[in-house]
Structures are given as structure tokens and as C-alpha cells.
Design a protein around this ligand. Structure first.
Ligand code: KIV
Ligand code: ZN
Length: 535
């Protein structure tokens, strides 16, 4: 059996999914769960890309010790230095360097000749050796690159010190036959290719990311890069859970093992979905709500006679837990702690204390709190701003709405201690509240924010359920700031989410008055607010 290295990039490529945004605390919780799941490498972020990414990589490097922690870098010195700095505390660290080798990327994006690309790759790898010997190199857009030229670059990369060569199907263009053949060609043409690890990195633009990854394993790849729930740029990356279960069910075909504990797949999937806000489609393979449901009568009959008539694997194999535990007024702290732990929320002591406190407050009011309420409260605590970041505070709020007049809202805020009031109308109460908040910001503090996205959902059923509101503000130059909050009142949840988003925007401007972070200074990154826009 070949031992396949599972390289998880949920926190890097996955977090680049439109709509996903994680703060450093959430990234740490996911990294701890990935450790429990048994992945070999965690790509924790792209340190140069934003202060939040830098801090996320640094924190994970400090606290998660079994897997290798990896940071991404372009083939330029500032990126490599930022990755090296962020990874400093890691027990086992890897720098992942990439540069495009396809003609279209070299001509149009990089404006570099093939020779310049080769030289950049080599000098970047040499520079990265100052930080670690574990170096991964990716020729971006590999599946559309000229094979001969790409092999020359790979040979030079290995000579310079790369220990893993990753072959990205960046645009999700490949089909299994061609992608598998490309891996084989590399193994045959590149001297010393068998002395390093060849890795697959597939995107899902035509739905073939998992099939391509399996073809790569068949052709000799010893590492696959994947994400939980297949999240990632555009149509996403290869889904970790699908690759793992395919390898497990077809051991004879692939002759491959991994270190993954499949019992942790379902918990990890739910955790990533809850924290990123990216829902798992009901019919998603392995972890979707319907993956193990048998609706058709003929199927139900078969399953009753023998499960294997229609089940190639069992829900228990992937750690599926359908139960929705309920916490009451008299449930102990241990019950809450157990739910959080089982669901992968390994929190810091202070955070745990706060979640318990908030669950108890809701239980006192509502008599019972469901599991999903507890998880939502945990997320709320993780996304709370530090007291020094709460420059705006909500003092009072009222709305008027009805079928016979225009909805209006009045908000009283404190801005660094001073009280200010804003009133506005809108097409609905939330719209009116957003205009009232914007009028206060415009008159008193800036920046100019526009509400770009708004989402609201009841966490559990019923009209008395807790509501979760999420918003996204955009400033004049396109930076985006998210806010989320929970309350039993849907409008209040929305206003709290807006105040959180506005606080993030104001904090960001305090650190970066021009609205653009310095890209090259790891010092500024380390002291910058945790949640800031991607570059
Ligand atoms: O898809 C891609 O090309 C990437 C690289 C950075 C490896 O994610
Ligand atoms: Zn990618």
C-alpha cells in the first residue's frame, strides 16, 4: 500500500471561496479539527495576502503541532519572507511557492519570458531554504502549460531544493486521462522526480476534481491537495471526504492508504460549513443531508432486508450524527462542553466560559436550547470583537413598520464614548436601519459603507427561534467587511451584525488610513486587525 499524503487547503484555497471569510479564532478551531481528522499538511493561509492571513498562519503554527503547517507564497522575496516569518513558531513547517508556467499566464499576467519564470522559481526556492527544508513548488496552470518547458522548470526547482512538486489544474480544465498522463510524463521526464513527492491539486470547474485526483494517484502521485466539502475558488477544489472514501472503498484499485480517521469526516464537514457560512448541498456525496437517506419505496424495502442492497458505506463510517441534543435550564456545563467538543469546537478556556454563560442565559429565557443554537452562539463568541475594537456601540434602537406607511428606523450609537443619533427610512425595517447607521457614519466618522450582502436565517425551527443575521459592507475602494450576530429579534440581530461590520471597517481604516494595507511588511500585518479584506 502507498501512503498518500493528505494536504488540506481548506484554510487557504477553500477560504478563497466567494462569500467565505474566517477570522483567526475560527481558523484555529478548524485547524484543530483537521488535526483530529488526521490530515498530514494544513495549508493555513497566504501570509502576504492580508494581515488576517498572516495572523492565522502564525497562530496555527504556534498551537497545532502534529501536522506540517504550510504557508503559500508567490515566487517573490516579500511573499517568502512573510511566509517564513508567519511559520516561525511551527514545529513542522512548509513554504509553498508558486509561479505560472502556461503561455497565457506568462504573457498576459506575469509579462515574463519563460527564462525569467524559471529563474524566479529557482531564486525563490533558494531564498525559502533560509526558513525550512520542506519546500513545495507549483507551476501554476500546469495542465495548460507546455510539457517540455514545465519539465525544465520542475527539474530546476528540484535542483534548487523543492521536496514536493505540485501540479495544479488551476482552471479545472483537465480530464482524468490527460491529467493522469501528465503526472506519468513528469515522473518519466524529470530527472529525480521519483526522489520528491509529486502532488495533485485539482479544481472542479467541470466537476472532475476528485476523478482527476484519483487518476493522479493511479499514475504515481503521492500527495493530494483537497478541501473539506470541496470549497474553493469558483466551483471549488477536490473534496477531501470524497477522495478519502473513494480510496477506502477501492483499495484494490488504488493500493493506497491515508492517515484520515473517517469517523471525523461528518463533524469536520459541519464545522467548516457552520464557520464559513457555506452550506453543504443536500445531495452532496458523503456529507450531504441526503447522502444516506432512502426515499424510494423499493430502496427502503431493499435496505430493510439488507442494508448493502443500496448502501456502499454506512452513515456511521463517516461519523454521521443525526441527533439534535437539547439543553435545558438544568443541564450541566458538561453537557454543553460535550456538544461543543463532539462538534469540533475546541475553544480557548475564556471562549468556552462565555459560550456556556450565553447558552445558560438563553436556556433561562427559552427553557430549551437546541444543539444548533449552541453552535451558533459559539460562532458568535468567536467572532466577537475585542473591547478595544468596539469603537461603535449600540445604545438604543427603534423601528416603525407596517402595511400603511414607510418603514423608518432610529439608532443611537456611542462613538468612542460620544452619543450620536441617526434616523432614516427604507423599503423595509432592515433597510431603514442600514440607512440610519450609514447616515451616522457619513456625518461623524467615515468610511462610506454600502450594504452589499444581507442574510438572515432561523437557526432552529419556530417563530421563537434564535435568528442569525449576516451582512457585508463595502467601502469606496472595494474593501469588504463582514458582520454577523444572533438574537431572538431578527431586526436587532441585523443591527448588531451591521454595527460589527462597521466596527471592522473603522478599525481597518485606523490601521490603514489609505484603505490599502502595506503588502510587504510582516510587522504591520502582525499588529493589524484580525479581520480585514483579502487583497
Ligand atoms: O490552483 C492553483 O493553481 C493554486 C496554486 C496556488 C497552487 O491554488
Ligand atoms: Zn488552487
Amino acid at each position: 500500500m502507498n501512503r498518500i499524503i493528505i494536504f488540506d487547503t481548506t484554510l487557504r484555497d477553500g477560504e478563497q471561496s466567494p462569500g467565505a471569510s474566517l477570522n483567526v479564532d475560527e481558523k484555529l478551531v478548524i485547524a484543530r479539527q483537521l488535526d483530529r481528522l488526521g490530515v498530514d499538511v494544513i495549508e493555513a493561509g497566504f501570509p502576504i495576502s492580508s494581515p488576517g492571513d498572516f495572523q492565522g498562519v502564525q497562530l496555527i503554527a504556534e498551537r497545532v503541532h502534529r501536522p506540517v503547517i504550510c504557508g503559500l507564497a508567490r515566487a517573490v522575496s516579500p511573499d517568502i519572507d512573510a511566509a517564513g516569518e508567519a511559520l516561525k513558531p511551527a514545529k513542522k513547517k512548509r513554504i509553498h511557492i508558486f509561479i505560472a508556467t502556461s503561455k497565457i499566464h506568462m504573457d498576459k499576467k506575469l509579462r515574463k519570458s519563460p527564462q525569467e519564470v524559471l529563474e524566479s522559481a529557482v531564486s525563490a526556492i533558494k531564498r525559502a531554504r533560509n526558513y525550512t527544508d520542506d519546500l513545495e513548488f507549483s507551476p501554476e496552470d500546469a495542465s495548460r502549460s507546455d510539457l517540455e518547458f514545465m519539465c525544465q522548470v520542475l527539474e530546476a526547482a528540484i535542483d534548487a531544493g523543492a521536496t514536493t512538486i505540485n501540479i495544479p489544474d488551476t482552471v479545472g480544465y483537465a480530464v482524468p486521462e490527460d491529467y493522469g498522463r501528465r503526472i506519468q510524463d513528469i515522473l518519466e521526464k524529470v530527472p529525480d522526480a521519483r526522489k520528491v513527492v509529486i502532488s495533485a491539486h485539482c479544481h472542479n470547474d467541470i466537476g472532475l476534481a476528485v476523478a482527476n485526483s484519483l487518476a493522479a494517484i493511479k499514475a504515481g502521485a503521492r500527495q493530494v491537495e483537497c478541501t473539506i466539502n470541496g470549497i474553493g475558488e469558483r466551483a471549488g477544489n477536490a473534496s477531501l471526504e470524497e477522495i478519502i472514501m473513494a480510496l477506502k472503498l477501492h483499495r484494490d484499485t488504488y493500493q493506497a492508504d491515508t492517515g484520515i480517521n473517517t469517523q471525523e469526516l461528518w463533524t469536520t464537514s459541519r464545522l467548516v460549513s457552520n464557520l464559513t457560512g457555506l452550506e453543504v448541498q443536500r445531495n452532496k456525496a458523503i456529507v450531504g443531508e441526503n447522502a444516506f437517506a432512502h426515499e424510494a419505496g423499493i430502496h427502503q424495502h431493499g435496505v430493510i432486508q439488507d442494508r448493502e442492497c443500496y448502501e456502499i458505506m454506512h452513515a456511521e463510517d463517516v461519523g454521521w450524527r443525526g441527533t439534535n441534543l437539547v439543553i435545558g435550564k438544568h443541564s450541566g456545563i458538561h453537557a454543553i462542553e460535550r456538544i461543543l467538543k463532539e462538534r469540533g469546537y475546541q475553544l480557548e478556556k475564556e471562549q468556552l466560559r462565555e459560550v456556556i454563560q450565553r447558552v445558560k442565559e438563553v436556556a433561562d429565557r427559552e427553557k430549551k436550547v437546541e444543539e444548533n443554537d449552541i453552535l451558533a452562539l459559539a460562532r458568535d463568541v468567536m467572532t466577537d470583537l475585542a473591547p478595544e475594537e468596539q469603537l461603535l456601540g449600540l445604545k438604543e434602537f427603534s423601528v416603525m413598520t407596517g402595511n400603511a406607511f414607510t418603514p423608518s428606523a432610529t439608532i443611537k450609537l456611542t462613538i468612542e464614548g460620544k452619543e450620536v443619533v441617526g434616523t432614516a427610512v427604507g423599503v423595509g425595517p432592515v433597510d431603514a436601519a442600514s440607512h440610519a447607521l450609514q447616515s451616522i457614519l457619513n456625518a461623524n466618522i467615515g468610511p462610506q459603507l454600502q450594504l452589499k450582502e444581507y442574510g438572515l436565517k432561523a437557526i432552529t425551527g419556530g417563530t421563537d427561534a434564535l435568528a442569525h443575521a449576516s451582512i457585508c459592507f463595502e467601502d469606496e475602494i472595494g474593501n469588504q467587511f463582514r458582520g454577523e450576530a444572533i438574537d431572538k429579534d431578527v431586526i436587532l440581530a441585523s443591527v448588531h451584525a451591521m454595527v460589527k461590520g462597521a466596527n471592522r471597517a473603522i478599525n481597518f481604516r485606523k490601521h490603514f488610513p489609505s484603505g490599502v494595507p502595506e503588502r510587504t511588511s510582516s510587522k504591520s500585518a502582525a499588529s493589524a486587525p484580525a479581520q480585514s479584506p483579502k487583497l
